[in-house]
Write a protein that binds this ligand. Structure first.
Ligand code: TXA
Ligand code: MG
Length: 335
């Protein structure tokens, strides 16, 4: 079992920072999802992240920096920051936005998965910030942290999820800080700033309109072609529970349920519309609000998955850009 510490305990923050400085792994709460963190400039520590996750070594990790001197932290890793990226940083850091910037050739090559770019994020969660600050005081300039799940699986939004994912790691191999449930619930939006104009690689809770307003120019979609950087969060199949996820509108759900009748025992439901189902069917009501749905989405998928059903039927999210992040994660979970 990993070592699980309550992040409200002041010594817990210090212990986590010391682990990072010594090349260890930390399960770190952020406002989006929990990360599996290590010193971004310690190649051995970063390789331990890839190994624990079962993630291919050419899938780059996001480097997290402390909020106090973001400019200094950015300059430690990025060789250039275009003006539109500066504006995005001014508008949304600290917060759920990752920027891909050209990487300084001499830093964090393993964390960057060999790309000549680097993903940078300054998280808003007070525990993440406290740990980044304490680690910086010990010489750790950046903390590489992918979502703390096994490769291809649902991202964790509680400390218990992280412990579940890495049950095989002992308390000497992983310290998890319990900072409560994540407020945002889905991963940061990723904007590629290496191509002359902003390109949205992964939607989050910030809408394209919000990003464009701050960037001061149009934000391009991921499908503009060219050599797209490798991003596992952008693989078609990702964020998948064990059960098969299927998206349907309310009409299709009703029809499918009627066809199955009492044979529907192996199905769980996550819908806004009340759908008649056999008694005992595991089900959760999807909120009408996009942010509330994002916040609970991964926990609900885990919970329904844990009932042992074979299928999770989910009502298609409403149209509208505020649902982009949720729609994206559900489409990948269903792919
Ligand atoms: O909200 C988040 O972003 C969370 C928390 C822990 O900060 N982290 C997260 O990391 O979602 P991860 O590794 O699960 O997803 C990071 C995504 C991946 O799709 C990765 O390929 C992409 O960011 N990425 C990182 N660096 C990149 C780079 N240099 N070029 C292109 N994509 C990059
Ligand atoms: Mg991930």
């Amino acid at each position: 079992m990993a070592l699980l510490l309550d992040a409200r305990d002041a010594t817990a923050i210090e212990q986590a920072a010391q682990r990072l400085a010594r090349g260890g792994l930390v399960g770190l709460p952020t406002e989006t999802v929990y990360g599996l963190a290590a010193d971004a400039e310690n190649a051995t520590a970063v390789r331990a992240i890839f190994e624990a996750k079962g993630r291919p070594a050419d899938h780059p990790l996001i480097v997290h920096v402390a909020p106090d001197a973001p400019r200094q932290a950015i300059d430690a890793f990025a060789s250039a920051v275009p003006a539109f990226a500066e504006r995005l940083i001014a508008a949304f850091w600290p917060g759920p936005l990752t920027l891909i910037l050209p990487r300084r050739a001499d830093v964090a090559a393993v964390a960057a998965g060999g790309q000549n770019s680097v993903g940078l994020r300054c998280p808003a969660h007070p525990v993440a910030q406290a740990v980044l600050r304490a680690a910086a005081a010990q010489g750790v300039r950046g903390v590489a942290a992918p979502s703390a799940n096994r490769f291809g699986r649902v991202s964790p939004t509680t400390a218990a999820h992280v412990a579940e994912e890495f049950a095989a790691l002992g308390d000497d191999a992983l310290l998890i800080l319990d900072g409560g449930a994540c407020a945002v619930g889905i991963e940061s939006a990723i904007v590629d700033c290496t191509r002359g104009h902003p390109v949205l690689l992964r939607p989050g809770v910030l809408t394209p309109a919000q990003l464009e307003a701050a960037a001061g120019e149009p934000v391009w979609g991921r499908d503009i072609g060219g050599a797209a950087p490798r991003a596992s969060g952008t693989l078609e199949s990702h964020y998948a529970p064990r059960a098969k996820v299927r998206l349907m509108d309310a009409k299709q759900l009703r029809a499918a349920m009627q066809v199955l009748g009492n044979d529907a025992k192996h199905i769980a439901l996550y819908t806004r519309t009340p759908i008649e189902a056999a008694r005992g069917t595991p089900r959760r009501r999807m909120p009408d609000d996009a942010a509330a749905t994002a916040q609970e989405l991964f926990a609900v998928l885990r919970e329904l998955d844990a009932t042992g059903v074979r299928l999770i039927w989910v009502e298609t999210p409403p149209e509208g850009p505020e649902w982009d992040g949720v729609r994206d994660r559900l489409n990948r979970a269903a792919a």
